[in-house]
Design a protein around this ligand. Structure first.
Ligand code: UD1
Length: 332
């Protein structure tokens, strides 16, 4: 029996593939490689010494997806496929709704057709919208500030409704905080196309000398040093969370939302410092205006994940920076 990972060549998908393979599971990946590279598959195979069955296809392509389900004995799905750039989602909302919802609906219909009842969904802390009560726990109100976030919100609701109607379904909605870093081997990592939007990949390119300086978006937030505060989580801890979630769906039915975060927040300037230490490079920065849509603070109460999944993040900020840097240096 195998776990199917949609978007399995992407940043979260490929690290999750490694965690699953190392736990002895077989992995099937469906990815259209529109925002990822087959190199990540090779890296994961090298790390684990195992083969991944890969299909190049769009998850919304029903015929292609049915072939994948027909030709492999899939017993659970980790659904990571989706567009994920906040700014682009504001510029092209319909494209985001079409893609992210279509892939999910086709996946759910195909799961039903082939009797697959277990799913883990790649959701985001973005579904907590602009809440200013921290830390965030899963009982807090949800709502979003951009179309990307709304697609996560809507997909959560689709899974919740599907699981309410079909009592055999077992779904975990994983709300990621800020995944960063790379596999400790440096063989796989985050590979954004163009100039990165997110903080750590941007800092990494500044440290590598490929970008001149970091723009720190806002120095006047009501936080410890005036810069934005987030809950950064090592990607291999996040991957371990997926493994635990896949295990959970084996023994339970219904639908649960769970935060994957450390509960330990850091500011932008703390990130700059830590990355500078890990890389031994200076990271020039300037404080600029706030980025529209950003909140001052966002961090998790991770206790539900500890209770339900027996999972917690183990790796600290220094490991996050060290492993990111190792990946960046290996790419050069
Ligand atoms: C962003 C998305 C969020 C998405 C998540 C995925 C926005 C507004 N939010 O979260 O919806 O789920 O990525 O990983 O895009 N920062 C800088 N300079 C930079 C980049 C970032 O100062 O060049 C700051 C930000 O203001 C923020 C922190 O670094 O305080 C983290 O930013 P980022 O990595 O983009 O993550 P989020 O905004 O938390």
């Amino acid at each position: 029996m195998a776990v199917l990972i949609t978007g399995g060549a992407g940043y979260v998908g490929i690290h999750t593939a490694v965690a699953l393979l190392e736990a002895g599971k077989d992995v099937v990946v469906v990815d259209d490689f529109s925002n990822s590279s087959p190199d990540s598959i090779k890296g994961a195979e090298k790390i684990t010494g195992r083969k991944i069955t890969v299909f190049k296809a769009d998850v919304a392509d029903r015929e292609a997806l049915e072939k994948v389900f027909a030709g492999n004995s899939i017993d659970a799905v980790v659904h990571c496929a989706g567009f994920k750039a906040v700014g682009e989602s504001c510029a092209e909302p319909v494209k985001y709704y079409r893609n992210n919802l279509d892939t999910t609906l086709t996946l759910l219909e195909t799961m039903k057709k082939f009797g697959v009842t277990r799913a883990v969904f790649s959701s985001s802390a973005t579904v907590y919208g602009g809440s200013d009560k921290m830390p965030l726990d899963e009982t807090m109100p949800t709502g979003c500030t951009n179309p990307y976030g709304w697609t996560k919100f809507m997909i959560e609701q689709i899974f919740r409704d599907a699981a309410a109607a079909d009592k055999s379904l077992s779904v975990m909605l994983l709300r990621y905080f800020n995944p960063v870093g790379a596999h400790e081997s440096g063989l796989i990592g985050e590979d954004p196309r163009g100039i990165p939007n997110n903080l750590m990949p941007y800092i990494a390119l500044v440290a590598a000398g490929e970008l001149p300086r970091l723009n720190v978006f806002g120095g006047d937030y009501p936080t410890k040093d005036g810069t934005g505060v987030r809950d950064y989580i090592h990607i291999m801890d996040l991957a371990a969370g997926h493994l635990a979630a896949v295990g959970y769906t084996e023994k339970h039915t219904g639908c649960e939302a769970v935060n994957l975060g450390t509960g330990r927040p850091y500011s932008v300037l703390e990130m700059v410092d830590a990355y500078s230490r890990a890389s031994g490079r200076e990271i020039p920065y300037v404080i600029t205006d706030r980025r529209p849509g950003d909140v001052a603070e966002c961090y998790a109460d991770p206790s539900k994940a500890a209770k339900l999944l027996n999972w917690k993040a183990d790796r600290g900020l220094d490991e996050m920076c060290r492993d990111s840097w190792k990946w960046i240096c290996g790419k050069k």
